[in-house]
Design a binder for this molecule. Structure first.
Ligand code: ATP
Ligand code: MG
Length: 659
């Protein structure tokens, strides 16, 4: 059944591609004019006279906060809910765009009263609270550059980011709720600022979990005290399009985090356009839920700026998916009627591991589109995501023994957007537009560039790959939301991204075309394995492992080997149902499975069954540590360990490798 809406959106997607094909500069100029409010309209689209330092829409002026908040109120949509906040303990708040305008204005006035002016840096170290969004937008409003530091980072990591950006103010909370317990943040800020020599004058503290905290007189101030006395209006100040909007440090999966700088006009244009196109976002009727933390780029672009600039209604959830029980996310989807869900493969694989009985109990029929970001999504996980989460058309039935029979499925499958992009790209780069018919989608492939972006897969010499083997993913032309530099280090920006291939941006990821010209991501180039002269992809072998019924999650690395150059090691987490399987038997079965699915050359030398994998705080598998373990190291590198969400997982793996 093809609805009118689908026909219209399909036509719209085709028009966008066609228009961008004609001239990507005109396309972006058009999107910028249509999607963003400019106080002074720009006359020049792109200045690329000093590559790789781009200037987009440079003589225009705008304000990201005005676009995300005020313009919706002025258009008569002030009563629309902007954020449904759901706290972990179950407290809630529905914040309209008009409320938000008042709260952001107060926060902007408060920052100014503390002496923060345009260009100053403000570090934001907060959990997922309405105040986080308010603080980000207040900075944007006055032209202060925000640097959000994910609330799971240590004092040391926080301090290095504060120092690098020379932040004048830190906004934090006493603590948040996490897994039913207070998760304290203020003591970490105290610790970070305990050594002399920092640039911070004020620490603003949101009163979230009412826990006992230390107080440094003169420096520390309660957020509510400083903010609530302020006037609820604040006159918008217009900023140049190239005015810095934020600094955001990359996740640190591969090494030292880089302070990526994004500016205002181009970034806002691309996040607004892609939020609308990729998700087919209908601000009047959709309830959008992006489960990322605001501390990552996904939270910046697809909670704060993209959806809000479109005037969307969103869910903002403080807690984890399994507190107080493993059905919490599905309860939230049901409660708010979430129509678009945007999450990460790691979360999908956890839900798969816990079993479909949990989501099957819930009514998820409101969902009409799904998104994925952060890692490659294994085809198995893609299928499960669509079938169990996307196509749920009502709750299943539970019998007296607690067995669940799934409810009805959708009569036509919901589309999935597998979005490939990075902190550095600012916004979506590769993703199918789900407005195209769902049967053109390919599980596990991010497929194609969004309109107006020029992506390629090239060989070692920067030539477009002529076959379907592995090459390097590059972007050939500047794009509006591209990083402008690494904060304070132009040379590192040039060396890291622009020196591999002449005139092209190199992302660090391997990829290949398929026969139809669609792009498949194959993992980071650093992780590519070379087995007896054959280049093999970690992503493909992991997907083969996950396609076996025993496996919930898998990580694959190549370790130095005297005979083959490199040998493949697999690390797998079994599904809850398969948890009792004899590890030896599982290993044998899985080695053969990979052998039949990919080829004998791809058979891992060893597969270790483990209960957990080393993951960064953004949920990505850190293969570096697994490689060290496979190469016989008996202790994990402490710096890499410090960036893990749970450093203890390596103990089990290291002792498992000894056997
Ligand atoms: P660092 O650059 O500090 O090592 P990071 O690369 O993990 O950290 P991010 O910018 O958050 O930091 O992540 C971008 C990376 O995530 C991409 O380069 C890619 O490797 C991976 N990625 C994101 N989305 C996808 C996707 N849809 N498919 C495959 N890989 C993805
Ligand atoms: Mg990266």
């Amino acid at each position: 059944m093809v609805t009118t809406h689908e026909q219209e959106t399909t036509q719209r997607a085709r028009d966008l591609y066609a228009q961008a094909e004609q001239s990507s500069l005109e396309y972006w100029a058009d999107r910028a004019r249509n999607e963003v409010h400019w106080d002074t309209p720009f006359t020049e689209v792109l200045d690329w006279s000093n590559p790789p330092f781009a200037r987009w829409f440079a003589d225009g002026t705008t304000n990201a906060c005005y676009n995300a908040v005020d313009r919706h109120v002025e258009a008569g949509n002030g009563e629309r809910v902007a954020l449904y906040f759901e706290g972990e303990p179950g407290d809630t708040d529905a914040v309209t765009y008009a409320d938000l305008q008042a709260r952001v204005s107060q926060a902007a006035n408060a920052l100014e009263s503390l002496g923060v002016t345009k260009g100053d840096r403000v570090a934001i170290y907060l959990p997922m609270l309405v105040e986080s969004v308010v603080s980000i937008l207040a900075c944007a409003r006055i032209g202060a550059v925000h640097s959000v530091v994910f609330g799971g980072f240590s004092a040391e990591a926080l301090r290095s980011r504060i120092d690098d950006a020379e932040a004048k103010v830190v906004i934090t909370a006493d603590g948040s709720f996490r897994r039913g317990k207070p998760n304290m943040l203020k003591p970490i800020v105290d610790d970070a600022l305990s050594a002399e020599g920092h640039t911070v004058d004020h620490v603003l503290v949101v009163n979230r979990n009412k826990a006992e905290i230390n107080w440094v007189e003169g420096r520390d101030k309660w957020f509510h005290e400083v903010v609530s006395d302020q006037p609820t209006s604040h006159e918008v100040v217009w900023h140049e399009a190239e005015h810095p909007l934020f600094i955001l440090y990359t996740s640190g999966t591969t090494g030292q985090p880089k302070g990526i700088l994004h500016t205002t006009g181009g970034y806002l244009t691309q996040v607004t356009a892609t939020a609308r196109d990729t998700f087919d976002l209908q601000p009047e009727s959709d309830v959008f839920w992006c489960t990322a933390d605001v501390g990552w780029v996904t939270g910046h672009s697809y909670i704060v700026y993209g959806p809000m600039s479109n005037g969307a209604t969103q869910v903002l959830y403080e807690g984890t998916p399994d507190t107080p029980h493993r059905g919490r996310w599905w309860e939230i989807v049901e409660k708010y009627g979430v129509t678009i869900l945007y999450t990460a493969p790691t979360a999908i694989r956890s839900a798969m591991k816990w079993g479909r009985d949990i989501p099957d109990r819930h009514d998820l029929s409101s969902i009409r589109l799904l998104g994925s970001v952060g890692e490659a999504i294994n085809p198995e996980a893609w299928d499960w995501y669509r079938e169990v989460i996307g196509d749920n058309n009502g709750p299943g039935t539970v019998d007296a023994d607690g067995n669940v029979t799934p409810g009805p499925r959708q009569d036509h499958p919901v589309p999935i957007a597998d979005t490939w992009w990075q902190t550095e790209t600012g916004a979506h780069i590769l993703t199918p537009l789900p407005a195209l018919t769902p049967d053109e989608l390919k599980p596990g492939s991010a497929q194609r560039a969004v309109p107006g972006i020029s992506v390629d897969v090239v060989d070692d010499n920067g030539k477009t790959m002529q076959d379907t083997t592995q090459g390097f993913l590059v972007i050939r032309e500047p794009w509006p939301a591209m990083a402008r530099t690494i904060w304070g280090d132009d040379d590192r920006f040039v060396n890291t991204y622009w020196s591999h291939f002449d005139g092209m941006y190199f992302a660090g990821d391997g990829a290949r075309f398929d026969d139809e010209g669609d792009i498949w991501l194959l993992g980071r180039v650093d992780d590519v394995m070379n087995i007896s002269g054959h280049r093999l992809s970690t992503t493909e072998i992991e997907s083969a492992l996950v396609s076996n019924e025993l496996v919930a999650e898998a990580a694959v690395v190549g370790a130095a080997d005297a005979t083959t150059g490199q040998a493949i090691y697999g690390f797998v987490i079994l599904t809850d149902e398969a948890a009792g399987t004899d590890p030896q038997e599982a290993e044998e079965q899985l080695r053969n499975h990979v052998g039949t699915h990919i080829g004998p050359i791809a058979k891992p030398k060893r597969i270790l069954v483990t209960t957990d994998l080393p993951k960064t705080r953004s949920g990505k598998i850190m293969r570096r540590l697994l490689k060290d373990a496979a190469e016989g190291q008996t202790e994990a590198d402490p710096t890499a360990l410090a960036t893990l969400a749970d450093p203890a997982v390596m103990e089990e793996i290291l002792s498992g490798m000894k056997r």
